[in-house]
Write a protein that binds this ligand. Structure first.
Ligand code: C2O
Ligand code: CU
Length: 464
C-alpha cells in the first residue's frame, strides 16, 4: 500500500520501530492458524480452468471467523505467500497494535513468518478481514474473509447467510488474474474494476429456502473498486445494520442498496416467492439486472409471515456527542484523471501533476500525496472530531477510517448512521464526526485500493 521503508525512514525509524510488535514474540502454542497460501481454485464455472489465487486456508473468501460479542479473536497468521503481508480486521474497534496496517501499526510479516493476532471484540455485527500490505494487489488476489460477531441474544431468524461479494479482473484466455495490479489507468480512474463477479467465491451461488422463511443476509463488499447496486426480488426485506452497526429501527428495503468497497449491510428478508419459484439478491449494472445470489424455493416454512423485525441491540458506547466543541478538520480529495489537481507534495517535494503521474501517483489529500511522517491530525483521546470530506475529483471514493466509527452530520445538524466507510461521489462534500476514544495511529484512506496505493492514504493519531 505504501513503502514501509520510506514511511519508517520518514517517521524516524528508531522511534517507530521500537514500538512495532516483534514477529515471533511470545507465541502461544495452540493458536488457530490463518495460513495464507497460493492456491488454484475453481472460481469460474466448472468448464473453465482453475484460477490461481492467494487465500487464507486455501480458499477465497477465507474461513469465516465467528465469535460471540465480547469474545476473543486469536489467530496466528502464517505467511505462505511470496510477499510480506498482514491481516487487518476491518471495522473492529480493537487495540491499535492488532490493526494490521503494515508500516503503521506493525511491520509486514515476511514470507515464512508469522504474527499472532489477539483481540477482544466489543461490537456485534458483520465485519471482515483482509491483507493490509500492498492491498491493491493482495486483496485483489483473494486475501479476505468474513468476521462475524454474534449478538448476545440472536434475532428471530431461520437462517443466517453471509454473502461475500467480490469482483475479479481476469484474463479472458485462461481465466487467470490480470497480473498488473498497478496500471496507470486503474490508478487514475475508478480503480481496478473487474470482469467477473463472485458470491462467496463462486460464479453462481445458490441456497435453497422455504416460502416465508426469514433470513439474515450479511452483505460484504470485498471488491477493490466496484460499487455494488443491489436489489431484492421476491423477498421483502429490511436494512438492520450498516458497517456492523445496527440501525435504531429496521428500514424497509424499498429501493436499491448501494454498497461501496469495504462496506457491509445486514438485511433481514422474508421469502415471498412461492414453491418452485426463486428469490434473488439482484445486482444492477447499467439498466440490466443480474442474479448475484439465487434462492430456489422448496417447501413452505409457515403459512403466515412475521411482522417487521425488532431492531438489533445497539453496540456499546457509540454516541457521537460534543459536536459544538469538536476539533474541526478538513479532508480535501483531489486528483485523478479529468480532475483539476495541478500539483501536490510528493515525498516532501512539490510536484506537478505530470511528475506525479510519472511516479504512478495520482491523488492527494489536502495537497499531499500518500502517507506522510506526520499524521493528518493528532487528537486528544476522547475528543470529538469533525472532518469535512470534500470530493473535488471526477470519481467516487470510499473513505475508510480505522479504529472508530463515525456519523455523517447533515446540514440541519441531524446525524446519519454509524459507518466505518463513507461513499463519496464526484463533487460531493460530507461532514463526518466521531469520538476519538481509541488511542493509536489509525489509517484513513480510500478503500478503492488502487486509489489508496496512488495517493489516497493518510492517518490520524489519537493520543493515549
Ligand atoms: Cu478494509 Cu485500511 O482497510
Ligand atoms: Cu478513491
Amino acid at each position: 500500500m505504501f513503502s514501509r521503508r520510506r514511511f519508517l525512514t520518514a517517521a524516524g525509524a528508531a522511534g517507530v520501530l521500537a514500538e512495532l510488535p516483534v514477529r515471533g514474540d511470545a507465541l502461544e502454542p495452540d493458536l488457530m492458524e490463518l495460513h495464507a497460501t497460493v492456491k488454484a481454485v475453481q472460481l469460474l464455472p466448472p468448464d473453465y480452468p482453475k484460477t490461481q489465487i492467494w487465500g487464507y486456508a486455501g480458499g477465497t473468501p477465507g474461513p469465516e471467523v465467528r465469535v460471540p460479542q465480547g469474545g476473543r479473536v486469536q489467530r496466528r497468521f502464517v505467511n505462505g505467500l511470496p510477499q510480506a503481508s498482514t491481516v487487518h480486521w476491518h471495522g473492529i474497534r480493537a487495540a491499535n497494535s492488532m490493526d494490521g496496517v503494515a508500516g503503521l501499526t506493525q511491520a509486514p510479516v515476511p514470507p515464512g513468518g508469522s504474527f499472532d493476532y489477539d483481540f477482544t471484540v466489543r461490537d456485534a455485527g458483520t465485519y471482515w478481514y483482509h491483507a493490509h500490505n500492498r492491498s491493491a494487489e493482495q486483496v485483489a488476489r483473494g486475501l479476505h474473509g468474513s468476521l462475524i460477531v454474534d449478538e448476545k441474544a440472536p434475532p428471530d431468524i431461520d437462517r443466517d447467510v453471509t454473502l461475500v461479494l467480490d469482483d475479479w479482473l481476469l484474463e479472458p484466455d485462461g481465466g487467470q488474474l490480470f497480473p498488473d495490479f498497478e496500471t496507470r489507468h486503474d490508478r487514475s480512474h475508478a480503480g481496478r474494476l473487474g470482469n467477473f463477479i463472485s458470491t462467496n467465491g463462486q460464479s453462481a451461488w445458490t441456497q435453497t429456502v422455504k416460502r416465508h422463511e426469514r433470513l439474515r443476509l450479511r452483505l460484504i463488499n470485498t471488491s477493490n473498486a466496484r460499487i455494488f447496486i443491489l436489489a431484492l426480488v421476491n423477498f421483502e426485506g429490511w436494512v438492520m445494520a450498516l458497517d456492523g452497526m445496527p440501525l435504531p429501527a429496521p428500514k424497509a428495503v424499498t429501493e436499491e442498496l448501494l454498497l461501496g468497497p469495504g462496506q457491509r449491510a445486514d438485511l433481514i428478508v422474508d421469502v415471498t416467492a412461492g414453491e418452485g419459484e426463486e428469490a434473488f439478491l439482484a445486482r444492477i449494472d447499467g439498466n440490466r439486472g443480474y442474479a448475484q445470489a439465487v434462492f430456489p424455493v422448496r417447501g413452505v416454512s409457515s403459512t403466515s409471515r412475521r411482522g417487521t423485525p425488532e431492531p438489533l441491540p445497539p453496540n456499546p458506547a457509540m454516541e457521537v456527542t460534543g459536536l459544538e466543541t469538536a476539533n474541526q478538520l478538513r479532508l480535501d480529495m483531489a486528483g485523478g484523471a479529468m480532475g483539476s489537481l495541478r500539483s501536490a507534495v510528493l515525498q516532501g517535494r512539490k510536484a506537478g501533476f505530470r511528475q506525479m503521474a510519472e511516479a504512478n501517483q495520482f491523488w492527494a489529500f489536502n495537497g499531499t500525496v500518500g502517507m506522510t511522517q506526520t499524521p493528518l491530525a493528532t487528537v486528544a483521546r476522547g475528543e470529538t472530531v469533525r472532518v469535512t470530506v470534500s470530493n473535488d475529483t471526477a470519481f467516487p471514493h470510499a473513505m475508510h477510517l480505522h479504529g472508530m466509527h463515525f456519523r455523517t452530520v447533515h446540514a440541519d445538524g441531524s446525524m446519519g448512521h454509524l459507518r466505518d466507510t463513507l461513499l463519496s461521489f464526484a463533487g460531493e462534500s460530507h461532514e463526518i464526526a466521531f469520538v476519538a476514544d481509541n488511542p493509536g495511529d489509525w489509517a484513513f484512506h480510500c478503500h478503492m485500493l488502487s486509489h489508496a496505493a496512488s495517493g489516497m492514504m493518510t492517518w490520524i493519531r489519537v493520543q493515549a
